[in-house]
Write a protein that binds this ligand. Structure first.
Ligand SMILES: Nc1nc2c(ncn2[C@@H]2O[C@H](COP(=O)(O)OP(=O)(O)OP(=O)(O)O)[C@@H](O)[C@H]2O)c(=O)[nH]1
Ligand SMILES: [Mg+2]
Length: 332
């Protein structure tokens, strides 16, 4: 059996920016084994004071909009400013398709070789709990390793955006120009969450359409009531192919951060996110606690069937299961 690193070894490795140890710590956080979860919590407690002075950016958009290509070019720009960038991908499909959407073609070959960049496709489908699995823990680990710009990429098909919005400071929506249907299957709710919209592939014949789409989206966004941060979402255009509009996206993010820090919104949002993290972690712990009792798992399946067949009400079944749990801990 391979030797386990101690929590101190993990912490020291991460503090020194060791990518191999960072990757191992992320695997530890993603593991559902109780002893791994325990050590991961211990490690995060140790690293806690080192995390936070960063910008967390969520990037979403329909498959093919150009997320990975954009992130590659954006990431190269960030590293040219001598800043460290980490890219985490959340793949809501991984449970069904074993991660085929993001897993095998990250399109970030060059960026992944850059010593200032760290890229990690996340196996969110394997973990218990919410749609974002352990992404929050991964963000904190990357920040502790000195990454100041954190990107969380998700496929814009609606399942994981709300989860990701809860993890980031800035939410960026990538859109295509002139694909007919104005919202392209992107739900209005996702538009409302965006702090900026970027029209991608604004190059060649597409430039004119991209500019027109920019005006349309800006108009559409202006119709929404102002977001509680007081920030007016920006609409920009970019091309990863010709490397245009990339600096402007970074400038918009910095301008948002400045605005949000001054208004107090930046802190407020992170405070709320920490409380959400606490609640979710506790629920995850409760769930794995229940899994320690096989009799509860067994009874739960029996009750599910009875509830389905309407032999017993849902509320009564829940009460019975709670009663069995109380008896089980008394015996244990
Ligand atoms: N002309 C042009 N093509 C682009 C640009 N960016 C991406 N593409 C092309 O668009 C296609 C999709 O790009 P990806 O970056 O893989 O898109 P994605 O959003 O990550 O897609 P999924 O990972 O499948 O969700 C690829 O064939 C790219 O070469 C751009 O700025 N201009
Ligand atoms: Mg991609």
């Amino acid at each position: 059996m391979k030797q386990r690193l101690t929590t101190e070894e993990y912490a020291a490795g991460i503090a020194s920016g060791d990518r191999v140890i960072l990757a191992k710590a992320i695997s530890l956080a993603e593991s559902s084994l109780p002893e791994d979860q325990h050590q991961s919590a211990e490690l995060l407690a140790k690293l806690n004071p080192k995390t936070g002075d960063t910008i967390r950016i969520g990037i979403t958009g329909v498959p093919g909009v150009g997320k990975s290509t954009f992130i590659e070019v954006f990431g190269k720009y960030i590293t040219s400013l001598h800043k460290k960038i980490a890219v985490l991908t959340v793949d809501p499909s991984s449970q069904l398709t074993k991660g085929s959407i993001l897993g095998d073609k990250t399109r970030m070959e060059e960026l992944s070789k850059n010593p200032l960049a760290f890229i990690r496709p996340s196996a969110s489908g394997n973990t218990l709990g919410g749609t974002t699995g352990r992404t929050r823990e991964c963000i904190l680990l990357c920040e502790a390793a000195g990454y100041e710009v954190i990107i969380v990429e998700t496929v814009g098909v609606g399942q994981s955006e709300t989860g990701v919005k809860n993890l980031v400071d800035f939410f960026l929506l990538l859109m295509l120009a002139g694909a007919g249907d104005e919202l392209q299957g992107i739900k209005k709710g996702i538009m409302e969450m965006a702090d900026a919209v970027v029209i991608t592939k604004a190059d060649g014949d597409n430039i004119k359409r991209a500019k027109a789409a920019q005006a349309d989206f800006q108009h559409a966004l202006n119709l929404f009531t102002e977001n509680i941060s007081g920030w007016k979402p920006k609409v920009l255009t970019s091309s990863a192919l010709t490397n245009t509009g990339i600096k402007e996206v970074w400038a918009a993010i910095l301008s948002f951060k400045d605005h949000a820090i001054h208004s107090g919104y930046f802190d407020l949002q992170r405070k709320e996110q920490r409380v959400t993290a606490f609640r979710e972690s506790f629920e995850q712990l409760l769930r794995s606690e229940l899994e320690q009792f096989p009799e509860i798992q067994k009874k739960s399946s029996i009750l599910e069937k009875e509830v389905a067949d309407w032999k017993i009400s849902a509320q009564e079944a829940a009460q019975q299961l709670l009663e069995l749990y109380r008896q089980s801990i008394k015996k244990a």
